[in-house]
Design a protein around this ligand. Structure first.
Ligand code: ZN
Length: 215
């Protein structure tokens, strides 16, 4: 493009401002991005062309790395970290679930479903957190911490619903009970998503009924 063209002149003005002083303009933002993703080259100074696709890939992979490190540092993401190691859109986001199913699924997955393990982080009579080992299930006599695993796989309060649900899972995965907990979560969340979402909703409503509805 000829240097006399107005757009080129404006671009050059903008570029010089960014190169010579602290200035917040379009060029300075581009400079920031280039310095961040290509720290070893003087791409901005040399006015080098950049392939947008490769920049996008670079950004995505850096974001994914940061995301992974953050996830590993959050104890609440206990289920999440057992099998989710790559950043991508999760299956349950893309399939047709109703609003409450989708929400419960997300809450379970990210460790914020209000089970005792989560409620205990905030609530106790003296204003302190309840110790993890004391966040026990109020619906069965197992004295177990009511965490996601207890809620989904163990609590006897949901035996009937669970037996039905697992029967359908075992039709497809005959050895389901011998799988590791990570593989079980993986199958339920990622391969049997729809029926799992319905199961979560059913037992969560049951839990509410049993805990809060007075007879
Ligand atoms: Zn229980």
């Amino acid at each position: 493009m000829s240097d006399n063209r107005l757009t080129k002149a404006i671009f050059m003005y903008d570029y010089k401002m960014a190169a010579t002083r602290r200035y917040s303009n379009w060029s300075s933002h581009i400079k920031m991005i280039m310095d961040k993703y290509y720290p070893n080259g003087n791409k901005f100074q040399n006015m080098e062309k950049i392939e947008l696709d490769s920049l996008r890939e670079l950004q995505a992979s850096q974001f994914s790395e940061i995301w992974k490190q953050n996830a590993q540092n959050k104890p609440k993401l206990r289920i999440y970290n057992t099998f989710k190691t790559e950043f991508h859109t999760e299956h349950y986001i893309n399939i047709n679930l109703d609003r409450s199913e989708r929400s419960l699924m997300a809450q379970l997955r990210t460790g914020i479903l209000p089970l005792q393990v989560e409620i205990g982080r905030y609530k106790s009579s003296d204003g302190n957190k309840i110790n993890l080992k004391d966040r026990v299930c109020k619906l069965c006599k197992s004295d177990s911490v009511e965490d996601e695993e207890h809620f989904i796989f163990c609590c006897t309060a949901y035996n009937d619903v669970r037996n039905n649900f697992l029967k359908s899972i075992k039709m497809k995965y005959t050895d389901f009970f011998t799988f590791s907990i990570e593989d079980k979560w993986d199958i339920l969340f990622n391969k049997q998503t729809r029926s799992f979402a319905k199961y979560i909703k059913e037992i969560f409503l049951l839990r509410k009924d049993k805990l809060y509805v007075k007879n």
